[in-house]
Design a protein around this ligand. Structure first.
Ligand SMILES: [Ca+2]
Length: 467
């Protein structure tokens, strides 16, 4: 008998901290829609991104493979040949597989899959709506995309072996002039709802919904801009903490340069506005959840919520992502499926597992080159035994630099930083990663994790070899 083909709903936010979802103990940020999603869902407590950068992480979800395997290491490339910012030619994407299987497919929101040909030129989309369509929508309503260049800041980084000035979103917060009903994410939600409302019963559907919030610049319309009072915030212990005992290379990279200059007052305002962005994202997610509830297809649908990566937000005095600390790589992840046993899961999981999981529920045979595993057994059984480590990597943003490789086990995290010190954290005793244990002679634990990392690099064809 053919495997049942479930509908697929993937909802992603961008740069969403784990502590900014109610199910993970958020005490101040309000996320009622995600709380509704989490209630009676499987809540993953140990879900990681395989790389703390947008395009490479999204390509890991789309291919089920690590960045160094699928080829997208950078967000964009300043190299004339665009090397390391395009998927390898032979990579097969989730959307290709769903299209071939006859899914009625809608893809709305941000487009960070760098492939040839580009996704929007490929077959199989009943709806494809991204930034160009949004700009058309704005123009039709007599509006323009706001100029947010004031929220970019120049940083110095190594590009093609030389110091270069590049620009990135700063941690400076601001109020967005766009009315909330015309803001990008609200439009994305409406497009997703429109797609859901026209799907028919004769074929399974797949909705891939990619919100932009709470990605920087930290600029959001009212009422979200003023929604949270900086005076109410309770920053974690590593907020604005110096990078003591940690690789100083982070200070030379953009997360350190951008994270170092705001005052405490400025950081608290930025945090409050970021929380407003999270609540706006949550309201947009609520619009999609409402449309799904109206369709009444819960019994035949796999639903996934996960962001691409996290946000440091001043923790360890760093901004954005691009480091392998928990704020940047440890993610909120919620899933719902008809055959799940609701509840929390302590099993380690990561982005490379999403494609195998979706294919499992879609009844599609997996390509032979996948590097993750289906999480369906974990959804079905809280006691399912899976793996004992997940991996993350960083290779630079606009060019190859500041390489990091991390292995995360049930209790420990070990990070190698090219040209700088290594790091070992006991996540059980030290969840905020304040004490680097990789000092002096390597302990048995450190040596074991180093061996695990090397094994993974060999097995998955990582070109980087440390030492
Ligand atoms: Ca991102």
């Amino acid at each position: 008998m053919a495997e049942k083909r479930h509908n697929i709903v993937l909802i992603m936010t961008d740069q969403h901290r784990r502590d900014c979802v109610g199910a993970y103990g958020s005490s101040i940020v309000r996320t009622p829609s995600l709380d509704r999603f989490a209630d009676g869902a499987v809540v993953f407590d140990r879900y990681y991104t395989n790389t703390p950068l947008c395009a490479p992480a999204r390509c890991s979800i789309a291919t089920g493979r690590y960045a160094h395997a699928h080829g997208v290491l950078l967000n964009s490339s300043l190299r004339p040949d665009r090397k390391f910012a395009r998927l390898h030619k032979d990579e097969v994407l989730l959307t290709d597989l769903l299209a071939r299987a006859g899914y009625d497919m809608g893809r709305v929101g941000i487009d960070h899959i760098h492939a040839d040909p580009p996704l929007w030129q490929r077959d199989g989309f009943a709806k494809y709506a991204s930034r160009p369509e949004y700009r058309e929508y704005l123009a039709a309503n007599g509006l323009e995309d706001a100029d947010l260049s004031a929220y970019k800041r120049a940083v110095t980084e190594v590009v093609m072996g030389r110091a270069a000035e590049t620009g990135y979103s700063s941690p400076d917060a601001g109020c967005h002039p766009c009315p909330p009903e015309h803001f990008f994410d609200t439009w994305v939600a409406r497009e997703a709802v429109g797609f859901l409302e026209q799907t028919k019963d004769d074929a399974p559907f797949a909705l891939l919904c990619y919100f932009w919030l709470p990605h920087p610049p930290v600029v959001v319309p009212e009422p979200y801009f003023s929604m949270y009072d900086p005076a109410d915030l309770q920053p974690p212990p590593h907020f604005m903490a110096p990078l003591e005992g940690k690789p100083q290379m982070h200070m030379r990279h953009l997360s350190g340069q951008l994270g170092a200059y705001p005052t405490r007052e400025a950081w608290l305002k930025t945090t409050a506005v970021y929380y407003g962005m999270v609540t706006m994202a949550d309201e947009c997610i609520g619009m999609v959840l409402d449309a799904l509830a109206r369709k009444g297809v819960q019994d035949e649908t796999l639903m996934v919520f996960v962001p691409d990566h996290g946000e440091m937000l001043g923790c360890h005095s760093l901004y954005q992502k691009m480091v392998c600390y928990e704020d940047s790589i440890h993610l909120p992840c919620l899933m719902r499926a008809p055959d799940m046993a609701a509840g929390r899961r302590g099993q380690l999981a990561s982005h490379v597992d999403l494609l195998p999981t979706i294919l499992d529920y879609a009844g599609i045979d997996s390509p032979g080159n996948l590097q993750g595993m289906s999480l369906r057994p974990v959804l079905q059984d809280a006691a399912a035994v899976t793996r004992d480590a997940v991996f993350s990597e960083y290779n630079g943003n606009k060019d190859l630099n500041y390489f990091q490789r991390a292995v995360i086990t049930e209790r420990y995290k070990y990070i190698e930083n090219e040209g700088d010190i290594s790091e070992l954290y006991d996540l059980e005793e030290d969840p905020y990663e304040m004490r680097n244990l990789a000092v002096g002679e390597p302990s048995d634990i450190e040596q074991d994790l180093q061996r695990r990392l090397r094994e993974w690099q060999r097995e998955t064809g990582d070109m980087i070899a440390f030492r």
